[in-house]
Each structure stands twice: as structure tokens, then as C-alpha cells.
Ligand binder design. Sequence first.
Ligand SMILES: [Zn+2]
Ligand SMILES: [Zn+2]
Length: 432
Amino acid sequence: MSRSTAKSLTPLVGTKKFITAKDEYSFKGRRLTGRILHITDMHIDQFYKAHSDPKQACHRFNVDPSRNVAGPYGHLGIKCDAPVSLINATFDFLTASGLNDVDMVIYTGDTARHDWDKTELPRTAEQALEAHHIALDRMLNAFDTSKIPIITTIGNNDPLVSEVLSYGSQEIYQQLGDMWSKLGLGIEKQDSFKKGGYFVYEFAPTLNVISLNSMFFFTYNTAVKSCRHGTPGAGMLDWLKQQLRDARDSGKRVWLMSHVEMTDQAGRHEYYPDCEEKYTTLLVQYADTITGHFHGHDNSDHISYVYLDDMNTYHTESVTANYPYMHAAEDRQIAHFMLNAPSITTAKNPGVRTYKYDVETMALTDYTQYWTDLYQDNLEGRVMYRKEYTFSEAFGNDLSHDGLTKTVREIQKGGVAFDRYIQYMNVTGVFQ
Ligand SMILES: [Zn+2]
Ligand SMILES: [Zn+2]
């Protein structure tokens, strides 16, 4: 499914000379490895009870013992969130496997549990903050934050009242700012964070990372309705435009991250139409500057892109499992790609991802997806994360613009690449 968005635009690709880092470039005395970690959607439920009833949000026991099937490490599906045992096991894996030795951690938000159990156990502000404390504690333990920046994001389940967030003196910006100040990045001092929860982090002379507050675009957020002039979304877009212009003028690349993606795994559009149009316009205009774009929220492993149609109009869509949309990208000029990583929480099997990038150009080159089989973990009383796939091995291309374009065209032809993509989209293990 696609929707007409921006008018015809001319991407500025190829007109700008960007600065590149020297080989020996290091960050705070630590030589860059060219690898980062992307984690998302912990949804920590501190009230989760092992061997309880998933139909009661894994919070209570059924009088019929045969219904108490929630495992010690979580229950697969969208009825329950992640127990602390799964969060602990995930950070144990990151530490034991050496995946905590990366140049940067991108955390695309949704730390607190969903407010699904509204009648019996409605989520309070204190409980949401407690989940943030648990996540921060695990992050501080697993990573040497004096050398490894952890870049955070606000998700739709992170506000004190789930799914509702506006601009201004919101308590959540103060609360999260206080907590995240312990990560030592100073993001909480930026005005944009204090009032809107978004910020820029200067990672290297060659790269800025921008964490956006996608709540200002998201159609579920009842506190905003559009990106018309004067709205929080319009303010954030003006700020983003200035950030992109400044970065470009000084020859820097930008990685963008936010929680909610523009189009989900089924191709559904998640932003208000005018927010999508204005955001897409910036993505295309600065396609040469933005060399990485990361999302979470959808609990799914999928690729989205912005493309140009025959009428010279830009649209956004996802590579989906929906048959009618296959063959879509075959003849299209794709201007920009966005990558969705699966979650730690248990909507699907839990996953974490590492990206490789070129330390000179800050271009993404590959990723490896790790997963664990929750059903087996619950049976065997342990969590065993391992590699699910590496993008280049699975699809035969790298993560460059051309590599992704070829991959998307191959997937949309159907056949093995499509089957493989769908299996990985659903985090169901190694494709045979
Ligand atoms: Zn989520
Ligand atoms: Zn979310």
C-alpha cells in the first residue's frame, strides 16, 4: 500500500563532499570497531508471573491449572510482556558473547510494559519509571558507558500515561532526563530534549546521531493530530531540517533513529499524512547525508523505503508479506531505506542486532540478527541467544543503497529470497 506524499523532489545526492575519518579514528580513547548494537522494545513487566495464565496478561493464575502456561522466560504472543528474567538473560548474553564491545548502542525505546491489563492491574507512572530504572541498571552493568555511548529513544509505551505525549514541560522528559544523565551523554541538557524528548548526539567528527520523538508523528498519540504549523511535529521537523542542514554544511553524516516506523510490516502507515509527507521530503532532500535509519516498535524484522513513482511523486512503503504488493519495487527509483529490528519482548521470539559500518564513511555495510527460541528456552529452563542470520549471507548483497535495492527487488519477485525474508520478519529461526 502506498500513499502519495511529497511533491517531486530532487535528491541532493552526489553534490556534497563529506569528511571521512582516518583509519586510526577512535572514540574516547577506544579504537572504533565498525560495529554497533541495536536493541529495542524491552517492555519490562515486573509483575509477570511464571506459570500464570496468559489470558490474564501473565499476572494471575487460572483455577484451571491447564491454562497456566506462561513460561519462566515469557509467553510468545501479544498477551504478555517480558519478565525481568528474560531481560537479565538478554544482558547476560550480550556480556558473555562480547556483543557489549561495540562502538555504540542504539536503543529505540518502549521500555515499560503495555497497559494491557487495564482493569485488574492498570499501569501507573511509578511502574513505568521503575521499568526504566531496571533497563538503565542493566545497561550500566553490561556496557562501559565511559567509552560506549548508549543512545536512547522515547517509545509510545514510555510516557507516564501510555500512548499520550505532548510538547512542553512534561514530567517524563524531566524524569528520563535525570535517569539518562547517568549515561554521560549530556543529551538531557538540550532544550529539544527538555521540551520534546528529541536530541542530537555528536558521536564523531564525521557523524551525528539524531534521536527523534516519533510520538509527534504517530496516529495513536491523542495529544497531537497533525504536523501543521505550530504543532510539536512541525517544531521537531524544523529542528531536524536545521540539524540536517548543519551536518551537511560541515560535511558530517547523520544516523536517524526513532521508535515508531513510518510503515509497519504489513505496510500500514503509522504517521499522520502531513507528518509523513514532510518527513519524507527531508529524507529525500538529505539522502546523501543520512546513512543509517533505525526503528523498533513493530516487533518485526523488516525493510521500508521511500521511492519515486512514474508521476515523479515520493511514497513510503514496506517490503511486506502481502502478495498484491509484490513486484512493487521492480522498476522504482528508491531514494531512502529504513530498517526495523525485532524486539527483546516476546510478541515474537526475542532478538538483538549488530550492524557493521564503514568507520570512514559511516555507511552501513551489513548486520547480524540474533534470536532465541522462547518455547525451547522455557522448556529447558535457560535462554540461548544465537545467530539467526547475517544480511549479506542471507541475501547476497551488502547494506549499501545498491545492495538494498537489489535485495528488495529480489524479495519482491517471490521465490526463495521472499520466503527467507518472511521467515526472518517473524523471527522464527534459521532458514533451511
Ligand atoms: Zn513496543
Ligand atoms: Zn511501540
